[in-house]
Design a protein around this ligand. Structure first.
Ligand SMILES: C[S@@+](CC[C@H](N)C(=O)[O-])C[C@H]1O[C@@H](n2cnc3c(N)ncnc32)[C@H](O)[C@@H]1O
Length: 279
């Protein structure tokens, strides 16, 4: 068979096994094991990123609804003492890798949110335009203080123009008032799959991508963990490039791609039960 024929087969039978494995290989290449400080000129339209919390977090304690055995190792946490400096480096990474009219959404837990806020306000070249709040579905009950299940999301832009759509197709805009102050999305746990501490849920990212980007935009996440930002970008026909220092994040990414691309969730979960642990 000559090369032309191979190409023809791929074009006419886009769902063939050959085509699917090529597509998976292409998508995996978009996840680089890389320090955020090493990215240059990505030229992204939108950066969605979720920095470590700075609370000596490992993701292993059982305060999440999941089997700890399935949680991958080597999450890179930031020390409280270095947190301000790390956020400064992240803001520089964002500025360096955004288009002129690009924008970024930066997640923050409550503990060090003040540090992120201060650093953004002092930073030259990015403007804080607003703040969103994501409320999610677990907060360990605590007798001594109110339980907390809110993330803050800082919305920053590089220039004076940006992309924004008033409505998305998740329940956020389809039911109730589509304000962008409070985003109420549950965490979507996957059964028997390798898990990444702090993986963001699909629908939350869908909501953000639909409001703040358009088809074919380039989406970037330099602290991508499981690579969920890449997965959802791809499913919504955006381009993406993502990275993390933790190579185990890419294992989770591979499984998430398989899960969402093959669209057979629970069957897939069973098939993937153990082999990933030997990789
Ligand atoms: C809160 S997690 C991101 C989780 C991700 N949003 C998801 O949906 O899976 C923060 C990530 O930053 C990574 N990280 C920490 N320092 C880094 C650095 N200097 N360069 C690249 N990644 C880094 C950690 O390994 C961790 O995966």
């Amino acid at each position: 068979m000559n090369n032309n024929k191979i190409n023809q087969v791929q074009i006419f039978f886009p769902n063939s096994r050959q085509h699917k494995s090529n597509r998976l290989e292409e998508l995996l290449k978009k996840y680089e094991i890389k320090d955020m400080n090493d990215w240059e000129n990505v030229n992204a339209d939108l950066i969605i990123t979720d920095p470590p919390f700075g609370i000596e977090f490992s993701g292993k304690p059982t305060n999440y609804h999941r089997n700890v055995e399935n949680v991958v190792d080597s999450y890179v946490e930031w020390n409280v003492s270095e947190y301000g400096w790390k956020i400064q480096q992240l803001l520089e990474c964002i500025k360096r890798n955004l288009k002129e009219n690009g924008q970024a959404l930066i997640f923050s837990g409550w503990n060090n949110s003040n540090i992120i806020h201060d650093r953004i306000m002092q930073f030259r070249g990015l403007t804080l335009r607003g703040k969103l709040y994501w409320t999610y579905n677990f907060a360990p009950t605590c007798r001594v203080r109110p339980s907390h299940n809110v993330y803050e999301i800082y919305w920053v832009t590089k220039g004076d123009k940006w992309t924004f759509h008033n409505r998305c197709i998740t329940h956020h805009c389809q039911k109730g008032e589509p304000n962008l102050t409070t985003l109420n999305f549950k965490r979507d746990y996957k059964v028997n799959m390798p898990k990444y501490p702090t993986r963001l849920p699909f629908k939350l990212l869908q909501c953000l991508l639909e409001h703040f980007s358009k088809k074919d935009d380039l989406i970037f996440d330099p602290l991508c963990g499981s690579g969920m930002v890449g997965v959802v970008s791809y499913m919504l026909e955006r381009n993406f490039i993502i990275g993390d220092l933790n190579k185990n994040g890419k294992i989770v990414f591979k499984h998430l791609l398989d899960y969402y691309l093959n669209k057979n969730g629970l069957v897939q979960d069973k098939k993937l039960l153990t082999w990933w642990k030997n990789e």
